[in-house]
Design a protein around this ligand. Structure first.
Ligand SMILES: [Zn+2]
Length: 271
């Protein structure tokens, strides 16, 4: 059974702040999964090189609009130390989609195999869609990337398209969550008697899935950055319909991250 830890891999203070997104700052939820001899990340946040060269790697527009907190101690590579782990131990990174705040930390774990949906891999290696060209910054992929073998289609997971990942059997499943970006996926991790699903940017605020009101500014923002509106709304509806044994988290909701950290069991003191 995997042991799952939860980190904030990139704190964001977007222009507009509280009024726009309903929070002073957003997080970038990263899972750290200890699974047998493997140490697996779901997304990688902003990395040390992004902190050192933000304009070159993240771009001026992203820095201005999303307001990433540029602090080396907040990178996943450094935070692994609080779990008694080091970046060199990471064997695999599962990427939900190749947006800047999800993949900058890949350069800090160059030995790790990178898993992503084949369409997302194409968007990184040979982007043709204007949106992908805009979203993918070559500087973040300039190191030698160790791509994992392509995922294999498998039976649907709770009605959603799903793929098996090399070497992960039924412990971790790639789940199709289209709409936000090319090849956008989530990852379902076996957790106790149920599952934890990291849904990436399939939604931005817990109310989208749990019920309640999504801050209007955040809804507008989601619409601006989406790739396919109909697909995105369909994905959210499917997430809402998942059974209670599935805990769903997204990347950027700070309250959701705090909640799952509080409830989640971590064997190490002080974490
Ligand atoms: Zn994001």
């Amino acid at each position: 059974m995997p042991t799952i830890h939860h980190l904030d891999g990139a704190t964001l203070r977007p222009a507009g702040g509280l009024e726009l997104v309903g929070a002073d700052e957003l997080v970038s939820h990263v899972l750290v999964i200890e699974l047998g001899s493997r140490l697996v990340l779901v997304d990688a946040g902003i990395g040390l090189a992004d902190v050192a060269s933000p304009i070159e790697r993240l771009g001026a527009e992203f820095c201005e609009l999303s307001g990433p907190v540029l602090d080396a101690d907040r990178t996943v590579a450094r935070q692994l130390g609080s779990l008694g782990l080091v970046a060199d131990q990471v064997t695999d990174v599962l990427v939900t989609h190749p947006d800047l705040d999800h993949v900058g930390g890949l350069a800090d774990v160059p030995q790790a195999r990178v898993h992503a949906h084949p369409d997302a891999v194409t968007a990184v290696r040979h982007p043709t869609e204007p949106r992908d060209i805009d979203r993918v910054h070559a500087a973040q992929w300039a190191h030698e990337v160790e791509w994992a073998p392509a995922p294999t289609p498998r039976a649907p997971w709770h009605g959603l398209d799903a793929w098996s990942l090399d070497d992960f059997g039924d412990d971790i499943v790639m789940v199709g969550l289209p709409g936000h970006a090319t090849g956008h996926v989530g990852y379902a991790v076996r957790n106790g008697g149920g599952w934890l699903l990291h849904a990436g940017d399939a939604y931005f605020h817990r109310a989208a899935v749990a019920g309640g009101e999504v801050p209007p500014g955040l809804e507008i923002f989601e619409g601006i950055v989406e790739q396919d509106r109909a697909a995105r709304l369909d994905t959210v509806a499917r997430l809402r319909a998942l059974p209670p044994e599935v805990t769903v988290v997204c990347s950027h909701d700070p309250i959701e991250l705090a909640g799952v950290r509080e409830r989640g069991a971590s064997p190490r003191p002080g974490v």
